[in-house]
Write a protein that binds this ligand. Sequence first.
Ligand SMILES: Cc1cc2nc3c(=O)[nH]c(=O)nc-3n(C[C@H](O)[C@H](O)[C@H](O)COP(=O)(O)OP(=O)(O)OC[C@H]3O[C@@H](n4cnc5c(N)ncnc54)[C@H](O)[C@@H]3O)c2cc1C
Length: 499
Amino acid sequence: MARRSPDPLGAVRPGRRPSWWLREALAADAGQPVRPLVGDTTADVAIVGGGYTGMWTAFFITEQDPTARVVLIEQGICGGGPSGRNGGFVTSWWDELPTLVDDFGPDAARELGLLTDAAVGAIGDWCVDHGVDAWFRRAGYVFASAAPSQDRAFDRLLEACSRLGVEDACIALTPDEVASRCASPILRHGVLVPGAATVQPARLARGLRRVLLERGVTIHEGTRLVGIDRPAAGRRPGRAPAAAPNGPVELRTDAGGVPGRIRAEQVVLGLNAWAAGWPWSDRRLVTWSSYIVLTEPIPGRLAELNWTGGEGVADARFTLHYLRTTPDGRIAIGGGGGRAGWGGRIGATFTDDAGSARLAAVGLSRFFPSLADVRIEDAWGGPIDVCDDHRPFFGTLPGGRLHFGHGYSGNGVGAAHLGGRILAALALGRSDDPLLALPIVGRGSRRFPPEPFRSIGAFVAREAIVRREQAEDAGRPVGAPLRAMSSFPRRFGYRLGPD
Ligand SMILES: Cc1cc2nc3c(=O)[nH]c(=O)nc-3n(C[C@H](O)[C@H](O)[C@H](O)COP(=O)(O)OP(=O)(O)OC[C@H]3O[C@@H](n4cnc5c(N)ncnc54)[C@H](O)[C@@H]3O)c2cc1C
C-alpha cells in the first residue's frame, strides 16, 4: 500500500471508465448480446429504461401476464445507469417514518414501511430463486451521528417507531454499540436498521437483464427514445388517466443514427433523472449528482475497525455519507455533496466531476484517519432524480397509456422493486391492485421553478448546505446568513437541506 498523495483522490479521476461495480459484473458474465432497434416493431408494453424500475416492471409483467409482448429499450446497456453504479444500499423506508407519518398519516406510513421492508427481503429471495449472485447481504445498516449537530437526528425516528409499534425496525445504539460494528472515531450514537441489506448493484441489474431475456422480453440496448407521438404528452403527471384511451402510443427511437419506431398499447417510462429533460415530467424533478470512491482491498484493516459484519453505515447529514464494504474487503463511500444539473440535461457534471468525488474521499479520511495510507482505486458518479419530498411517485399521463415512476431522490434500490410492481399493475390495467391505492401513486408533488431559477436556486442552496455541514462537522460556528441560506428550500416547502 502506497501512502496517499495530498489529493485524497490520488491519480484516480471519475468518468474515465464504467463503475467498478459494472466492470466486475460484466467480467463475471457479459450476458447474451442484444441488438439495437432498427426499423419498426410492436409491443403490448414498451418499457423505456434498463435500470431497476424498467426491469422490475418487465419482470412483474411477465409474472402476471406471461403472454404479454414486452419490449424494453435502453440508450446504453442495462445497468449502465445509476442502477449499476449506486452504493448498493437496499433500504426500507423505516428510517423515514416521521416524515411518512407527517405526509400520509400513521396507517399509510406503517404500510409503506412494511411494504418497502418486504421489498428488501423479496430482492434477496429473488436472487436465490433466479441464481443471481448479487452479493445480497442483509446485515442491516448503522445510521449514526458523526458530529454533535447530528445528535438529535434519531429522536423523532425512535419515537415514531415506538408509537407505531414497530420498535424492531430501528434499534437505538450507544456509541460503544456503534463502535462494535464500525469503529470510526467520529461516530457517536445512532440506530441500527436491521432489515437493510447491501448488494453488488450492477450484478443485480445484469441478473435482471438475464432473467428477462430468458422470459422472452425483447431488449434493445443502444436504443434511445427521442419522441413520443401519441397520445400527446400531457402537463399533469400523476393524475388519473383521462377518460377513454385513444389508440396505441408510438415511440420514436434512435440507435446510433438509425431510426426506429415502437407501436405499443402501453408504455412505461423508467427514466430516473433523464425524465427531468422531458416536458411531461412537468418540473417535478431536479437532477443532482452523487459520487462514490472505492478503496483497494484492506480486509485486515476492516477487522481492526470491527467492520466485518457487512453493515452499511451512514451519517445523519443532509449531504449524507454512505459507506459499505465488499466481500474482498474494500470500502465504498459516497456522498458529501453532489451538484445540481441544468435544465434536465445529463452531462459531464454527473460523471466527470472530480470535485464531487473528492468530497467523498475527504469523507473517508474523516471517518477513518487511520486509513490515510490506503489507496483509492476507483471513483464514479451518476445522476439522481430529486423531488420535493425525497419520495418516489408513480402515475399515468393523460391518455391513460403512458405510465411513469421516478423521484427516488437517490434511494431507489429497494423502492424500485415496489415501483416495478406498481408500474406493472398500471400497465396491465389492474385497477383493483391494492398497490395502486398507495399514496405514492397518482399523488401530486411540488413543482420546482423554471430555469434559470431552478438551477440558480439549487446552486445557492447546495453551496450553503455543503459549507454549513462542513462547518458543523469541524465544530465551527455556523453564522445566521449561512444557516438561512442552507434552509431556504425548506422555507419554500421543499424537504431539501438541513432543518
Ligand atoms: C452514485 C449513486 C449512488 C447511489 N446509491 C444508492 C444506494 O446506495 N441505495 C439506493 O437505494 N439508491 C442509490 N442511488 C439511487 C439509485 O441508483 C436509483 O434510485 C435507482 O437506480 C433508480 O433506478 P431506475 O431504474 O429508476 O433508474 P436508472 O438506473 O437511472 O435507469 C434509467 C435508465 O433509463 C435510461 N434512459 C434514460 N433516458 C433514456 C432514453 N431517452 N431512451 C432510452 N433509455 C433512456 C438510462 O440510460 C438509464 O439506464 C444512488 C445513485 C447514484 C448515482
